[in-house]
Structure formats: structure tokens, C-alpha cells
Unconditional design. Structure first.
Length: 272
């Protein structure tokens, strides 16, 4: 069975303000609260502009984690009265300990972790039942379960059936073993590529907006100076040179920018 702790983190580097807020919360819980968390719970908060777009899911959260979420929301509301806190469960990281003979530390994403924890309370579960508990559709549920079946084989289909239907039953693999103490579960197949694509899209939008902002203020700028200015504006990530060039070309096509006829490295802001 599983004991668990949960760590949440953003897909990119965390801001200092987020770490500071988390430290304040931990001190408050340890020194002022009579409530003792049953799991280790860490939160990183970013503004919506710094997160990639994500579709919300509403999984059934275990009581131990729900307690921590409620406590942090109370702390956040007290500190930031007019700032709404939205939980991005898909960006969460679970650390689980699997006890079967020897112990293994399992590292996985939120949906994978929640799926594994379901087997703490039931020896087997139907495909539809797992999806309903996770608050996701059958297609996404299949990807989550498939990532737990292969390559680590933590979960198996009851009876060894190859078919996938709403009534297909799944159970923990009693024969699971790993020579490594720490076992990293790969992200569900499509989730990883989709996440990367969303991050790239959001970064492209941020680069384009930053170029327009800089050029509108400066009116003319050589390529090297534009790169330096972008690095100062885009403090959340380091833009790749190829993506910057692509966005400059797109803005020229959209008639925001134009190249100087005598110096191709000099850009002119031409939009009204």
C-alpha cells in the first residue's frame, strides 16, 4: 500500500516571492497552529501570466491533502485579500512510498499519484471508476493508467485482459519490484508533449508582446540591442535565438516591424 506526500511546483523556475510565501506559511504552521499536517505539502505560486494555459480538472483529493489545501487557502486569503488562488493540479508532483517487502519511493504527477492511492482503499477498480475519481475523461484516463502499466508495471489489468472498456478492472501488481529505491514514473504519453507545446506557445506569445512593447518605445533598434532588451523584460525564461528570429519575421509580416533598407539588422517600428 501507499503512504504519500505531495509537492507542487511550476513547470519553470519558481519566483523568489513564491518561495518566500511558502516559507512564511511553513513557519506559521509549525509555530502557531495546533493542527499538524499528515503529509509534507509544498506550494509554489505564480501569476497566471507565468503558467502555461491548462484545462482545469477537479479530482477527488484525499482528506490528508485536502486539509493542507484548505489551510493554505486560509493563509493566502489572509495575506492577499484581493488575489484569487487557483489550483493547477496537473502541474503537481507526488512523492509516494510503496510498501511491499522493501520500500520504493515513487515519483509521479498528480493524476498518477491519485490513481495509485485509490488502491489503498480497494483491491481492484474499474476503468470507469478510476476516471470518475480523477475527474477526467476515458481517453485521458487510459493514458494515465497505461503509464502505470508500462514500463514500471505498478498496475495491471485484472485477469490479464487486453481490452479496454468501462468495466475493465485494474489492480496493483503484487509482483512489482525495482532494484532502484527511487522510481520515476514517466508522464502519460500525450501529457508531456502537450505540456511542452503549451509552454512553447505561451513563450512565443510573451516574446512577441515584449518585442512590440520594446520597439514601440524605442521606434528603431538593431538586433543585438533588441536581444539585450528582451533578456531584461523576459525574466521568467531565457528566449531561444531561433524563436526570437521567428517572432521578428512574423511581426514584419504583420506589419508591426520593418527592416531598414540599408541595414538589415536595424528594425523599425511601423505600426500605428
Amino acid at each position: 500500500f501507499f503512504f504519500f506526500l505531495m509537492i507542487r511546483r511550476p513547470p519553470r523556475s519558481t519566483r523568489k516571492e513564491s518561495s518566500a510565501a511558502s516559507d512564511v506559511y511553513k513557519r506559521q504552521v509549525s509555530t502557531q497552529s495546533t493542527w499538524v499536517p499528515l503529509v509534507y505539502f509544498n506550494v509554489d505560486v505564480l501569476t497566471s501570466a507565468n503558467w502555461p494555459h491548462f484545462h482545469p480538472v477537479t479530482p477527488q483529493i484525499p482528506y490528508e491533502v485536502k486539509q493542507c489545501i484548505v489551510a493554505y487557502e486560509e493563509f493566502w486569503t489572509h495575506k492577499h485579500l484581493h488575489k484569487k488562488l487557483t489550483w493547477n493540479y496537473l502541474a503537481g508532483i507526488f512523492h509516494l512510498t510503496y510498501h511491499k517487502g522493501k520500500s520504493n519511493d515513487i515519483v509521479c504527477n498528480t493524476l498518477q499519484g491519485l490513481a495509485l492511492l485509490l488502491f489503498n482503499t480497494a483491491p481492484s477498480l474499474t476503468f470507469k471508476g478510476v476516471c470518475e475519481h480523477l475527474g477526467i475523461g476515458l481517453e485521458e484516463g487510459r493514458r494515465v493508467l497505461q503509464s502505470l502499466i508500462s514500463p514500471q508495471a505498478l498496475v495491471e489489468k485484472a485477469g490479464g485482459s487486453e481490452e479496454w472498456s468501462e468495466t475493465t478492472e485494474f489492480r496493483l501488481n503484487e509482483g512489482f519490484s525495482s532494484a532502484q529505491r527511487k522510481v520515476q514514473i514517466p508522464l502519460p504519453e500525450e501529457a508531456e508533449s502537450t505540456q511542452k507545446k503549451k509552454v512553447e506557445t505561451n513563450r512565443g506569445i510573451a516574446i512577441e508582446a515584449a518585442i512590440i512593447k520594446i520597439m514601440k518605445a524605442r521606434r528603431t533598434m538593431v538586433y543585438g540591442d533588441l536581444i539585450v532588451a528582451l533578456s531584461k523584460v523576459l525574466c521568467n525564461f531565457v528566449p531561444e535565438a531561433q524563436m526570437i528570429k521567428e517572432k521578428i519575421d512574423e511581426l514584419i509580416t504583420k506589419e508591426y516591424l520593418a527592416r531598414d533598407s540599408n541595414d538589415p539588422k536595424l528594425y523599425i517600428y511601423v505600426a500605428n
